[in-house]
Write a protein that binds this ligand. Structure first.
Ligand code: NAP
Length: 684
């Protein structure tokens, strides 16, 4: 039998002593052996810090994003993926469960890759928020910069999603320039190990950016003890182990950042006016059944508490029982199985103990003995739907049966539904089903304080619904209180959580040099010709032109009103405009000012500027009156090379200034600018 190896400090380490046999969930056949680790796990921290981190920090966000996309493509290759699917069956996962784990994990990499290329600069530094002016004359300012921490992230993962659970942590850390060290859960470590092997052996990411320690918790001490304030731990698992880590010396004394994603008793709530004939009721029932049975209910986001208006209790019980009775529990390799076994016999014993505890305050609605396979050796368990006898009993809101188990409970009012949902003391997600947006809105805001994500489902979004139980890379995953208080993903929020935010104060020119982005007030280079004649490669941040002036006339304003149809009184009705507390007379349309500005700064001939694709941060700071004489100061603010496309994005700081030196309008003009011939894929 294969011994699981650890990838540490650039090599695979094969254990030399016997260990624990990991069994196939469906047939108890040996799959792999998890043995005492043959290398010091602490070496992974040093290697990540000394080799992986520096290599990652050399790369820009866009280069890291390209690597993530390539890793995703490699994992999604049919032959590659199939190797993982074969191992995934051993965990008890059906093919569709495995799709969530494997394809879903690669999907997180893809999503992060494209989002990073859209939202992050092609740089190693990101600017967080606006420039803070610290002086009246723009001589002293501050920016918040985000830079990579010079440490590692240690992932301690739960057993249920060995691939997705690992990749959803890896992607944001990698983009942030921080290497990951994975400690997989024992029960499914063979699938995590196989995935890391594929990634490492692909050569698609820098050495040291991803390591895996297939070790027992007791063997982690040198690893955890060597962490410092530059490092982080991302834990996913039970609240109990989360609490143990919170009191670890690394966290309490070395200020290692700890993110805990723990268990939670997520709720589904049918809104008061959603009756059993409604489309929303069907969604609620279908989603509850799905969440109880996907991954045999071993999902941190699964619905554990099913809340229903008192008057629909019986109808809901009947609908759920009818659907659950049809669920085929069986070998995950058999395509006709709807649900596979739990991950192990030990896990099944845990779930049975939790169900026994829940029995104190519930009666079973559906507790059929498991189908034929359960008499065999696998960890099968049929879905168990319970009904609360006392909906306020503590057990119902505290005991997490991490399997195909849910408790149905009635509520009498929206406020009671909110309180019952909050009785879970903080959950990852809740879903609300109803067509009346007053009700669902009140429920959503009432429970938001106790949740990281709230899904409101109605018939209008049903076809596009991604589901109660699906955390998305663009949305935050994590909840307060019992759910651990951590947050992961959430698009760039997840990346920035790995970076240090530093307020840098100084002169605008210094800040421009630090950030690579033109900061208002910093020195510019007046361009003798026109910067629109420069290629992306010739152009430098700070290249600027001050245009000719033009007078805005009453006739211009009237003609613009006529040709566009924008006859707002402030542009057309002298008496009404005079009464305006803001204008006090006829003013030019803001869009006329922008159009005149474009007429002043645009270089008309064919040249490197390929397109104007938008405007950011537009503000009309002062009204422009007929008779005003305006000119434009246009400065190259930011350059973002788009790898291999033959062009890059250039943002131009644009100020429209009147004859008194006042700024009428300020904005960033966004353009695509061609590279020099032969550069970055541009034609020769
Ligand atoms: P677990 O028993 O808490 O184990 C989680 C991880 O912690 C495993 O890798 C485990 O290693 C490790 N571990 C155990 N003791 C440790 C210690 N003293 N120090 C450091 N690490 C230690 O949880 P699980 O059974 O794998 O997963 C099921 C639980 O995870 C459920 O409660 C579920 O709700 C929760 N979960 C939460 C989320 C979320 O995103 N919030 C996601 C998935 C699961 P070994 O496996 O080697 O013991």
């Amino acid at each position: 039998m294969r011994r699981l190896e650890s990838y540490v400090a650039g090599g695979w380490h094969r254990p030399t002593t016997n260990g624990r046999t990991l069994l196939d969930a469906a047939n108890n056949e040996p799959v792999a052996e998890l043995c005492p680790i043959a290398v010091d796990p602490g070496a992974a921290v040093a290697h990540g810090r000394d080799v992986g981190g520096p290599a990652l920090r050399e790369l820009t966000f866009h280069q890291r994003a390209t690597m993530l996309r390539n890793v995703a493509k490699m994992l999604l290759d049919d032959d590659t993926k199939e190797q993982l699917y074969e191992l995934s069956y051993c965990t008890g996962a059906t093919r569709s469960d495995s799709w969530i784990d494997i394809d879903g994990g690669a999907g997180v990499l893809m999503s992060y890759a494209s989002k990073a290329r859209r939202e992050l600069p092609n740089s190693t530094v990101a600017i967080d928020g606006a420039v803070e002016a610290l002086s009246r004359d723009d001589s002293f300012s501050a920016v918040h910069v985000l830079t990579s921490r010079k440490g590692v992230e240690v992932q301690i993962n739960a057993f249920n999603f060995p691939v997705w659970g690992m990749l959803k942590k890896f992607a944001p850390a990698f983009l942030a320039g921080v290497p990951s060290i994975v400690k997989p859960a024992a029960a499914t470590a063979y699938l995590a190990e196989a995935t890391v092997r594929l990634v490492v052996e692909s050569g698609l990411i820098p050495e040291g950016a991803l390591q895996i320690v297939c070790a027992s918790p007791a063997e982690l001490s040198t690893l955890l003890d060597s962490l410092t304030g530059q490092d982080s731990i991302a834990f996913t698992g039970s609240a109990a182990i989360g609490a143990t880590l919170r009191s670890h010396q690394a966290v309490t004394e070395a200020a290692v950042r700890l993110n805990v994603e723990a268990d939670s008793l997520n709720a589904a709530v049918l809104a008061p006016s959603a009756d059993p004939d409604s489309a929303e009721f069907d969604l609620y029932a279908a989603e509850t059944v799905k969440e109880m049975t996907v991954k045999a209910g071993q999902k941190c986001t699964a619905i554990r508490r099913v809340l229903v208006p008192q008057q629909h209790l019986d109808a809901t019980a009947q609908a759920l029982v009818a659907a659950l009775e049809n669920v085929v529990v069986g070998d995950p390799r058999n395509p006709s199985s709807d649900m596979g076994p739990l991950v192990s016999l030990a896990q099944r014993s845990d779930v049975e103990a939790s169900v026994a505890a829940l029995r104190e305050a519930t009666v079973p609605l559906l507790d059929n003995s498991a189908p034929s396979e359960s008499s065999g050796v696998g960890a099968f368990m049929a879905p168990k739907l319970l009904q609360a006898t006392d909906r306020w009993a503590e057990t119902i809101h505290t005991v997490e049966a991490f399997g195909p188990v849910a408790t149905l409970m009635p509520y009498s009012s929206i406020s009671e539904a909110i309180e019952l949902t909050a009785a879970g003391s903080g959950s990852l997600v809740a879903s609300i089903y109803g067509a009346d947006s007053d009700e669902t809105g009140e429920l959503a805001l009432g429970i938001a304080s106790h949740h990281g994500r709230v899904l409101i489902a109605d018939s209008t979004m049903a076809a596009a619904n991604t589901g109660h139980g699906s955390p998305l890379p663009t949305l935050v995953h994590g909840g307060p209180g019992r759910a651990g208080g951590g947050q992961e993903m959430g698009g760039m929020r997840g990346v920035f959580s790995h970076m240090q935010r530093t307020a840098v104060q100084g002169s605008p020119s210094t800040l421009t040099a630090v950030t690579g982005e033109h900061i208002t007030g910093s020195q510019t280079r007046q361009h003798k010709g026109h910067p629109f004649k420069l290629t992306f490669d010739e152009l430098e941040v700070g290249d600027s032109i001050t245009t000719e002036s033009r007078t805005v006339t009453t006739a211009d304003v009237a003609a613009f009103a006529e040709s566009t149809g924008d006859k707002f009184y402030a542009h057309t009705d002298e008496a009404a405009a005079a009464r305006s507390p803001i204008f006090g007379g006829i003013v030019a349309h803001g869009y006329l000012v922008l159009s005149f500005a474009a007429g002043l700064f645009v270089w008309p001939d064919e040249g490197p500027v390929l397109a104007n694709y938008g405007i950011d941060r537009l503000r009309f700071a002062k009204p422009t009156y007929p008779g005003d004489v305006i000119h434009v100061v246009l400065t190259c603010k930011r350059k973002t090379q788009l790898d291999g496309r033959g062009y890059g994005e250039v943002a131009w700081d644009t100020q429209v200034i009147n004859q008194h030196g006042e700024i009428n309008a300020a904005y960033d003009v966004l353009t695509m600018v061609a590279n020099s011939p032969g550069r970055n894929g541009a034609p020769q």
